[in-house]
Design a protein around this ligand. Structure first.
Ligand SMILES: Nc1ncnc2c1ncn2[C@@H]1O[C@H](COP(=O)(O)OP(=O)(O)OP(=O)(O)O)[C@@H](O)[C@H]1O
Ligand SMILES: [Mg+2]
Length: 383
């Protein structure tokens, strides 16, 4: 159990980094600290293992004031993982994992057993990886070794400061799964710092939201989503949909609007030109504002322009599959799959054409839902 009592940290230049922190992290709990850049997350973490000393207040580990503990004892019981993992480049994976066991004078046999055990924990074959050097590993693998190094002497507490920040979303996802599985197996108290709300919601038993050195809200992810304490928290978590799969968003939130439109008696040549001009692969065919069908580039080809330049778009095999704008993307994707069409017309509840979902656009739509920050250029840094 880690307890903060009125902890305050003022740096020499009078920056107040942490301002009256009161918090209890339970044994075996996965606590995630989140908040804008500079809000005091790293400072808080580093006061736990005394890389920084509080200006006032106390931090207790299992009831003992960290001030009364020797740093060696304190840190032996505390793994620390940071984003710049900094494995020692001239040491093998095994040597890197065993830095602390080495200091503690473990035997060769003990170290090897522990190394094998740990590598297997994250599905890295010891016979393949033990003797590799860090440069012979991918970024994600290096990060795993960084985590294993922190776990080597089986500490009770694991401090992790944006450990997966530099990784691509897929590797990060995989490491999340591994960390969760690890937590289920070994039950550490984990204090994990991130900028990323999705990461926080996925991993945390509880989330601590910080701002300007103060706690704004400490709650379960569900509770934070349901009942944000104030405007700041609400802004920070964005819309609730972050908890959902990207396929749970409504069609009307992501559909393509302002569709290029032609009447059925327009020529196929007009359609081709319009597609090129608008850089799109489908056109809505409407007559007197009534939806007739969607002309896809694929179906336009079937009209064989060369053979019959006068063919009309109304003669094409138009796609008439529709989806309601209030349905979810999950339903739209099913509809695309089951009809094997490339485009769906989106109708509002009065049966009027309001947009389209095109197979070609799906990856963009889903990516934007899954990684909104990346899509928007990581806005969080500025706030
Ligand atoms: N050694 C230092 N001397 C003076 N001020 C510092 C020092 N270290 C950090 N600060 C300041 O303390 C505040 C909190 O910094 P901290 O590193 O804890 O933030 P953070 O929440 O981890 O930010 P980030 O998300 O960018 O990592 C910031 O205003 C920072 O500029
Ligand atoms: Mg930090």
């Amino acid at each position: 159990m880690v307890v903060f009592e009125d902890v305050r940290k003022v740096y020499d230049d009078e920056t107040v980094a942490v301002d009256g922190l009161n918090l209890t992290v339970e044994h075996g709990e996965f606590m995630v600290f989140i908040g804008p850049s500079g809000c005091g997350k790293t400072t808080t973490l580093q006061m736990i293992n005394r890389l920084k000393e509080p200006t006032s207040g106390r931090i207790l580990i299992d009831g003992k004031d960290t001030k009364d503990m020797r740093n060696v004892d304190l840190r032996r019981n505390m793994g620390y993982v940071i984003q710049e993992i900094a494995l020692f480049p001239h040491m093998t994976v095994a040597q890197n994992i065993c830095v602390v066991p080495d200091l503690l004078g473990w035997s060769k046999k003990q170290k090897e057993t522990r190394t094998r055990e740990l590598l297997e924990l994250v599905s890295l074959d010891p016979d393949i990886y033990m003797d590799r050097f860090p440069r012979e590993l991918s970024g994600g693998q290096q990060q795993r070794i960084g985590v294993l190094r922190a776990l080597a002497v089986d500490p009770d507490v694991l401090l992790m400061d944006e450990p997966f920040g530099g990784l691509d979303p897929l590797t990060r996802d995989q490491l999340h799964e591994e960390l969760k599985a690890l937590q289920d197996k070994v039950q550490k108290t984990i204090i994990f710092v991130t900028h990323d709300m999705d990461e926080a919601l996925k991993l945390a038993d509880r989330v601590t939201l910080m701002r300007d050195g103060k706690l704004v809200q400490v709650d379960s992810p569900e509770e934070i989503l349901r009942n944000p304490n104030d405007e700041f928290v609400a802004d920070f978590i964005g819309s609730e949909r972050r908890l959902m799969s990207p396929l749970d968003v409504l069609v009307r939130e992501v559909m393509l609007e302002d569709l290029p439109t032609l009447r059925p008696d327009a020529s196929a040549m007009d359609a081709l030109r319009l597609m090129q001009e608008k850089n799109t692969d489908y056109i809505a065919i409407t007559e007197d504002e009534t939806f007739v069908g969607m002309l896809s580039a694929h179906r336009l080809q079937e009209l064989r322009l060369e053979e019959d330049p006068d063919s009309r778009v109304g003669d094409a095999d138009l796609v008439t599959v529709t989806v309601d704008s209030r349905q979810t993307m999950m339903e739209a994707v099913h509809r695309l799959a089951e009809t094997e069409e490339h485009v769906l017309a989106v109708m509002n509840r009065r049966g009027k054409l309001v947009g389209a979902i095109s197979r070609g656009w799906l990856p963009d739509i889903l990516a934007k839902e899954m990684w909104p920050k990346e899509a928007a250029g990581y806005e969080m840094e500025e706030s």
